[in-house]
Design a protein around this ligand. Structure first.
Ligand SMILES: O=P(O)(O)OC[C@@H](O)CO
Ligand SMILES: [Mg+2]
Length: 279
């Protein structure tokens, strides 16, 4: 398996050459449904990797530095119950639709007798609405989006965030996010189940010009284990840019792992190279 030396992480990162056997179930419990409906990949897993023609971006934690807001608010709520928030719980919640993440939160913290998932969402909403408008871009996000746009590579957004939260988070980044061909939100009618279901990425692939796009030709960028699984379950390739505090065992399913979008080399995926790689 070729090994890509990744400058930032300073250790070789394997690029998966053989597709992950499908249906793919995580090696670690990611709060998968009790009787998991096998998410059979839509693409033939043995097919050689087609060149990438379309890109699908995740948003929270990948393009915008917003996961810290969820953590901050959840720590405040847990402190009221003398409990602490940890990255094992974070790994299970991130990337999910709000109500699905809320159910994980109240169950895993043992609060379900005193706090319903719905009440948790109400409690955190006011605090999040103050924080979201201050959302900043992750390193490399603007450069990559503008590069793909300049080279006419179709790209879109598929985020577990609902439309209201999307608007709050992007309100000072309108011009950049307006470059997206389309946006699929977590509360989209076509998205019945959140990540790791492949639904949101399959819905996103359908809405490109001439869609649905062959999943084999789609490259997803994600930060969360649930998002990486969703991409693999959709038969797509996925570059993971995880928070350094996330346990590295959650990197296994990704085709490539980077320390930052600044480390992404489009040529690795048959995409046009940056005009000025050092920028
Ligand atoms: O899918 P993304 O954009 O990461 O959104 C997830 C969000 O619900 C917070 O974890
Ligand atoms: Mg994310």
């Amino acid at each position: 398996m070729p090994r890509l030396l990744c400058q930032r992480l300073a250790f070789p990162i394997p690029i998966a050459t053989s597709p992950i056997p499908f249906p793919y179930f995580p090696t670690k419990s990611l709060n998968f449904p009790k009787n998991p409906t096998p998410y059979l990949a839509m693409a033939n897993p043995s097919a050689a990797k087609a060149p990438i023609t379309h890109v699908i971006f995740d948003m929270d934690g990948l393009l915008l530095d917003t996961e810290k807001f969820y953590t901050e608010v959840q720590e405040i709520i847990l402190a009221r119950y003398n409990k602490t928030f940890d990255w094992a719980l974070k790994a299970k919640m991130m990337g999910k639709k709000a109500i699905e993440a809320a159910r994980v939160f109240v169950e895993d913290t043992g609060l379900s007798d005193s706090l319903t998932a719905e009440d948790f969402l109400v409690e955190r909403e006011a605090m999040l609405q103050k924080l979201f408008p201050t959302s900043e871009l992750m390193p490399g996000a603007s450069r990559l989006i503008r590069h793909l746009h300049a080279k006419a590579i179709p790209f879109c957004l598929a985020t577990g965030s609902n439309k209201r939260h999307f608007e709050l988070k992007t309100q000072s980044h309108h011009e950049l996010f307006s470059l997206m061909h389309h946006v699929v939100n977590g509360d989209d009618p076509e998205v019945k189940q959140g990540k790791p279901s492949p639904e949101i990425f399959l819905a996103a692939s359908k809405r490109f010009e001439g869609g649905p796009v062959d999943p084999n030709k789609c490259l997803v960028f994600e930060d969360a284990p649930s998002g990486v699984l969703a991409a693999k379950n959709a038969g797509m390739s996925v570059v993971m840019v995880p928070d350094p505090r996330l346990d590295s065992s959650f990197h296994d399913a990704a085709d490539q792992v980077l320390g930052s979008l600044l480390d992404f080399n489009p040529s690795d995926w048959g995409l046009p190279p940056f005009d000025n790689p050092a920028s």
